[in-house]
Each structure stands twice: as C-alpha cells, then as structure tokens.
Design a protein around this ligand. Structure first.
Ligand SMILES: *Cc1c(COP(=O)(O)O)cnc(C)c1O
Length: 394
C-alpha cells in the first residue's frame, strides 16, 4: 500500500488506445488534412447526437466555445451576464471577451451549483424594467443572459433557472465544460435531459483532463438553433462565409482535424468511462459512510445523474488535510480556492468579501480527491484511511 495515488491519471486511457489514436494521426498525415474537414464534421455529428442536441460546432477550446456562444446568441458589448463565483475563470473571461460585464449570484451549499432562489432574488431586487429592457439598478446595464455552470459533472437545477429566464427574457447558455454526458430530470417535461441540450447553446471543453479530452486543446458548442450554429461557424473562421469573403471580423477558433479524430475514438468510450467514475464515487461513499463526521460528501440530488468530473468533499482543516495527503503521496486539488469576485482580475467590479457568503465559505473547505476512470478500489481505500486518520486526530 505504499504506491502513490495521482489526482488524475492521464496516461492509462491513452496507453490503452495508443494504436487507434496513432491511426488517427497517420490518417491525417496521409490525407494532409489538419484543420477542419471531414474528421471535424464527423465528430460534430457524433457529439451532437451524444448530447441530444441537433447541432455541434467544433472550436479551439472551451473558453472560445463560451465566447462564440455568447456572441452568436446576441450578447452585446455593455450587457451584463450573470453566473456563479464558484467556477473556473474561463466562464467570466469569455463574458468579458464578448464585451459584457460578469455579475454573480451565489451557489447552493449542497450542490455547489447556481442557486435558482438567489437568481430570483437578484432579478427581483437588483434589476428593474426600463424601456422594456431588464437593467441592473446599480450599473444601468442591460442584463442579457444567465450562465449556469454544471460544476464537478453535476447539472445545475435547470427547470427553475429556465423558468426565470423565460419570465425575464434572458438568454441561457450552459457552461457544460465539466459535464459531458451528465443528465438532469426535468419535472416540467417529465423526462431526462442531457447537458448541452437545455440552453439556447452550451459550451464544452476537451482539455485533456475533462471527462472527454483531446490530446491537446479542443472545444465545442451544441445548439438546436440554426442561426447560432451558422454564426459560430463563421466566427471560428475569421468571420468568413466563403474563403476570403469576410462578413464580420471573427477569430481563429477552429478545431484541429487530428484532435477531432482523437475525440471520435474517445467518445466511443465516454459512457463506460463515466460509469467507471460513478462506480468510484459509490465506493468513496461506501468508505466514507463509516466515518461520516467531519467529511461532507457531494450531494447526489435525485434529479441529476452526475458524471463526477471531480469528487469534491468538504472538511474544516482543508489545507492541513491537503498537506497530510500530500505527505502520504496522494494527489488532491482545490476547485477553486478563491471565488471569482475576490480575484485580483475582478477588483474593478467592486465586489467585497461577504458578497457571496456560500461561495466564500465553501472555498475554504472544498477538496477534490483523486477521481478518474481507472481509479482502483485499493487506492480509494488508502485515500479513505489517510483521511479517516486525519479526521480522528483533529
Ligand atoms: C475547463 C473549463 C472551461 C474552459 O475550457 P478550456 O478548454 O480550458 O478553455 C470553462 N468552464 C469550466 C467550468 C471549465 O471547467
């Protein structure tokens, strides 16, 4: 039991698929196709089908996927876009890159996702209707969109968020960058819905560490909207509708053919890998069920099927526990240590400590344990034994 346990094992799945992945590379060399082309188109069809969406546009990364989705959905410079403070900065970077101003509502302490009640409160108390447009009272800016983030692989509570969005005419863009394959039971529709199929558009990242990862950078937008699909195809390719005919200024935001081919190979395994993550999560629950006290496990809401991009627990002496586990050669991480409104980069928003108490509180307590499809029961037992020993000694 002296083996070290990584936070994430990116070597094993690629070793297992080495031949198939190498074939993709060889094929690309043979046809001399490297950016866009039939391999990208094929992956786009496959990933749209996987997400129960009608369309998918491959792009260069998840941050561009968000930015292009915002621009194509009609978010304009000067607009305000509401999201949560407990997410990766890419969510708000993309809002700013689209020319908009990020604003926040706090999260639900049980799921770490957007709290629809906090969104309602924000819309009712901090916004007002002015000339038919919803505006933030303080800044006077139009509140145009809401971005629920399906954090850690669990979908946000979409029914009430969509209902509020409809009432206030807000655009909903899902940040599904951690939630490939996650599901949500919509009571309103009485059926399960997939991440990437509920908003006007949704952004995915294929950064290597995500549940579906490229061997490099990659991203995609899913949507059912023909116009949004068309606009993003133009935006990702320098705003051109035809070679050297530029309708607008765009970006260099395309998906590589080699990455698309690799993603097609890996997409075939995604369901099995997600199942393996869920099994690992159940094993953690069984193990920690015994100590319980001192360790808060992630809540598995009955109306979601998470895909455990991360397995995040909460403990009081988080930093000390992290050091203890590091000394036992167990890798952990914090997602995320500083809520976005308190980051240097957002000083100009003027949001003080105390603005989002739940996000601020959990940021001090959350710890992401080792989680990946090939994580073994005896490795998890070692993680549990070390944490149990630490908690008992505290
Ligand atoms: C990874 C991630 C992104 C950004 O994706 P990149 O491909 O790294 O640009 C955006 N939002 C969330 C929640 C993420 O986890």
């Amino acid at each position: 039991m002296n083996q070290s346990i990584p936070f994430l094992d990116l070597a094993t799945p690629h070793q297992e698929l080495k031949e198939e992945l190498t074939e993709v590379f060889t094929k690309s060399l043979d046809i001399g196709g490297f950016v866009g082309g039939p391999m990208v188109e094929q992956f786009e069809r496959e990933f749209a089908a996987f997400c129960d969406a009608e369309r998918c546009v491959g792009v260069s990364n998840g941050t561009d996927a968000l930015r292009f989705a915002f621009i194509a959905a009609g978010i304009k410079p000067g607009d305000t876009v509401v999201t949560v403070p407990n997410t990766f900065i890419a969510t708000t970077e993309a809002i700013s890159q689209a020319g908009a101003r990020p604003d926040f509502v706090d999260i639900d302490e049980r799921t770490y996702n957007m709290d629809p009640e906090k969104l309602r409160e924000y819309l009712e108390t901090q916004c007002c209707l002015d000339d038919g447009a919803l505006k933030n009272r303080k800044t006077g800016l139009r509140v145009a969109a809401v971005v629920p983030v399906h954090l850690y692989g669990q979908m946000a509570d979409m029914d009430p968020i969509l209902e509020l969005a409809e009432r206030y005419k807000l655009i909903v863009i899902e940040d599904a960058c951690q939630a490939h394959g996650a599901q949500y039971f919509s009571k309103k529709e009485n059926r399960w819905r997939k991440a990437g199929s509920m908003g006007v558009a949704a952004a995915f990242s294929f950064y290597p560490g995500k549940n579906l990862g490229a061997c490099g950078e990659g991203g995609a937008v899913t949507t059912n909207d023909v116009e949004i699909d068309r606009k993003i195809r133009t935006l990702r390719d320098h705003g051109q509708s035809k070679k050297y005919y530029h309708d607008v200024e765009g970006y260099n935001g395309r998906l590589d053919a080699i990455q698309a081919g690799i993603l097609s190979v890996k997409l075939k395994r995604l369901t099995r890998w997600n199942e393996a993550r869920c099994e690992a999560a159940s094993r953690y629950r069984q193990l920690f069920g015994i100590i319980d006290r001192g360790v808060v496990l992630p809540e598995a809401s009955a109306n979601t099927l998470p895909v455990y991009h991360l397995f995040v627990v909460r403990v009081h002496e988080r930093d000390k526990l992290m050091k203890h586990l590091a000394a036992a050669t167990i890798g952990t991480a914090i997602h995320y240590p500083i809520p976005l409104h308190l980051q240097q980069a957002y000083r100009h928003l003027g949001l003080r400590n105390g603005s989002y108490p739940i996000s601020e509180k959990v940021a001090l307590e959350i710890l992401s344990l080792p989680m990946f499809p090939s994580l073994k029961p005896d490795e998890q037992k070692k993680v549990y034994i070390e944490i149990a020993a630490f908690v008992a000694a505290e």
